[in-house]
Ligand binder design. Structure first.
Ligand code: GLN
Length: 255
């Protein structure tokens, strides 16, 4: 069931510091994840990183290949530094395509989104919710996947000016009601009008932990190392990090 992480901090750190260098980095979680809960065995169907640049613009690099096979990415990760980024490795849900457009994270100009999990009963279970999207959005989804529809629904709320946490929680709770038993761990990284980042993460039937330190707050499917400071997020919770200077996340229950 895919693995993902996000980091928000007061100063740039390299992508490698979270994605490839730790003892249980996302790179290791691609081929040797520890807590997949029956959702596949490896995360070899692609990967991606999305990061905010100094001007608040969102950028990404995604490939439909195992992360460990992309030597150029392993090099790039040591050179790209950002105060706010998302990274994901993918295990495609049965029936969904392996393509670059299906690889998280998804992004638009200033926002980055990832989904780790599955919408049960796809596509029928999500049809009513997807019906809220305009035809052009549906025609231009990056991939025919549950994750791409969830991203479009969140984006629609953000475009209407909804608070990022409210946008994510509305989509996650309604998707869960429409498709009980779904796994809906999502990450949304966005910025306010001053360029200050907000990170929203959910834990719905899948693993999630966070750690705060002088470099900022990191949220990850699995702890990136054996540091005892990692805190497991209870199931059916949301984690919100408001601002680059946040020293600890707000953790709230979804129920
Ligand atoms: N269902 C999503 C996809 O196929 C996410 C997969 C996962 O989390 N394993 O892309």
């Amino acid at each position: 069931m895919c693995r993902h992480l996000a980091h928000v901090g007061p100063r740039p750190v390299t992508l490698a510091s979270r994605v490839t260098e730790p003892s249980h980095s996302l790179l290791v979680q691609a081929y040797a994840p520890a807590d997949m809960r029956g959702g596949g065995t490896v995360n070899a169907d692609g990967f991606g990183v999305g990061w905010l640049a100094g001007d608040g613009s969102a950028h990404s690099y995604r490939r439909p290949v195992p992360m460990w096979t992309d030597a150029s990415f392993l090099d790039l990760a040591t050179a790209v530094a950002s105060p706010a980024f998302v990274a994901a490795v993918r295990s495609a849900t049965v029936g969904m395509p392996v393509s670059v457009g299906a690889c998280a994270p998804f992004r638009d100009g200033t926002r980055i989104f990832s989904h780790n999990g599955v919408v049960r009963g796809w596509p029928g279970s999500l049809a009513d919710l997807a019906g809220e999207l305009d035809t052009e959005t549906l025609m231009t989804l990056e991939a025919p996947t549950d994750s791409a529809v969830l991203w479009a629904l969140v984006r629609r709320h953000l475009d209407a000016g909804k608070d990022p946490a409210d946008a994510v929680l509305d989509v996650v709770t309604r998707a869960l009601a429409a498709a009980p038993g779904s796994r809906l761990n999502v990450l949304l990284l966005t910025t306010d009008h001053t360029g200050d980042p907000t990170l929203v993460a959910t834990a719905v039937d899948h693993a999630l932990s966070w750690r705060a330190g002088p470099d900022g707050v990191t949220v990850a499917s699995e702890p990136l190392d054996d540091d005892p400071d990692w805190v497991a997020v209870p199931d059916l919770s949301a984690v919100v990090v408001r601002g680059a200077g946040a020293t600890t996340p707000e953790v709230t229950s979804l129920t």
